[in-house]
Write a protein of this length. Structure first.
Length: 411
């Protein structure tokens, strides 16, 4: 397709390629399909040289090409996170509201109150998963809007210096968009950690599915395999695009992060450190479930369904562990008022509220064993819910110190 055809489609038939005349640098925006709109010029102003026009088109083409890779466009990433987050919410709602019907449909067999209770707990962890996906989706959407609006201005170029400025501005905008499409803000440690959490959760669920030989059926395999496979593909791709160097976290950084849990810098960070260790302990307990062992909070022994659901819930609690650690890191840096950390607090509070409600109903119905372990876990979940809810409302960020501008020199 010729440059004349492209300019005509974008700007109208009154603009001719080769003699395009810029009164202004048109708004450079990304559209929903991820392609970049061409720069067009008004016809009734002074012309610029062909070199400047070609440089503008070359920079635009470079950005368009960089945004055509798999999940390398912020708008595509945003849509993918939104789709998977919505699927997680729908699955969580089905597991929590109709646990017997949902579990029976997935397993192809009748369930009991214990299986229904664990299915509701596994559904509660999906609320945290959906929150992470919506948080990353919001960051992708904000990124696309903010970066593209940086060139949303008009200028007039009547001189050679103005023509050179046109070329420089367009090149800068193209570079910003290319960097945004590949990295954005998702290269930051918090978002890298959340993507890694989604990758671990989905990968562990696929391992659990592969181990459940006696439970596998076409419906369970297709449903869980599709949901977890798509999540694993998205999170691994975004993690790879934004990770510099070795594709996995370094051992030194992992150890320093684990040690930092024991070294909080303030009171809120101390609470999140305790929450991180509590979620990690619960995840280890659930992932370690095996057939034939006595259930901790229920009567009887573990069966294939309870083991499967315990391990799926454990994978979700591993993601909650990384969410709590991210909040601890935000508390250390006094950034809990930021949108990302408020979303994480809201997601943990929502999942904990569902867990508390489920345990309360099971306690009253006699499904749970009335003992100190069950009572202690219920009390801990209530305390964690109250804390995360409070920090969602009252979390604040420390204001940045602005550097005073030097006074102008006197005459």
């Amino acid at each position: 397709m010729s440059a004349a055809t492209l300019l005509t489609r974008r700007c109208g038939s009154t603009v001719q390629a080769g003699s395009a005349r810029p009164a202004a640098l048109a708004r450079i925006r990304t559209v929903s399909r991820g392609s970049l709109k061409l720069v067009c010029f008004r016809q009734d102003d002074k012309p610029v040289s062909r070199d400047v026009e070609k440089a503008v088109q070359r920079n635009v083409a470079r950005v368009s090409q960089s945004m055509t890779g798999l999940l390398s466009n912020p708008s595509t990433q945003s849509s993918a996170y939104w789709t998977l987050g919505s699927a997680a919410i729908a699955t969580a709602a089905a597991a929590m509201l109709l646990p017997g019907v949902f579990a029976g449909l997935m397993f192809g067999a009748a369930t009991d109150p214990v299986v229904d209770s664990i299915a509701r707990a596994a559904g509660a962890t999906l609320i945290a998963s959906a929150t992470v996906k919506y948080t990353l989706k919001v960051r992708c959407s904000v990124l696309s809007t903010v970066i593209c609006s940086t060139t949303d201005h008009y200028r007039y170029y009547d001189t050679l210096a103005g023509q050179q400025q046109l070329q420089a501005d367009t090149y800068a905008a193209a570079s910003d968009l290319q960097e945004a499409s590949l990295r954005g803000q998702l290269y930051m440690d918090t978002f890298q950690r959340l993507n890694l959490g989604l990758l671990l959760q989905s990968g562990l669920c696929l391992v659990v599915l592969a181990q459940a030989i006696s439970l596998r059926n076409p419906l369970l395999t297709a449903f869980l395999g599709t949901l977890c496979g798509a999540t694993m593909l998205l999170s691994s791709r975004i993690y790879y695009l934004n990770k510099a160097g070795w594709p996995l976290p370094s051992l030194t950084k992992t150890l320093s992060g684990a040690i930092s849990v024991l070294l909080p810098r303030n009171s809120p960070a101390t609470m999140y450190s305790l929450l991180t260790m509590a979620f990690a302990g619960m995840a280890a307990m659930c992932l370690g479930a095996s057939p034939g062992r006595p259930l901790v909070m229920y009567e009887g022994l573990s069966g294939p369904m309870t083991v499967f659901l315990h391990r799926v819930a454990g994978a979700g609690m591993l993601l909650q562990t990384l969410m709590a650690y991210s909040l601890k890191d935000g508390a250390d840096r006094e950034k809990l008022g930021a949108t990302t950390f408020r979303w994480l607090n809201l997601g943990l509070a929502g999942s904990l509220l569902v867990m508390v409600s489920n345990m309360t109903m099971d306690w009253q119905s006699g499904v749970l064993v009335h003992g100190p372990k069950t009572a202690g876990l219920l009390a801990a979940q209530i305390a964690a819910f109250m804390w995360t809810s409070y920090m969602y409302v009252a979390g604040e960020s420390k204001a940045k110190r602005s550097t005073p501008m030097p006074a102008p020199a006197s005459g």
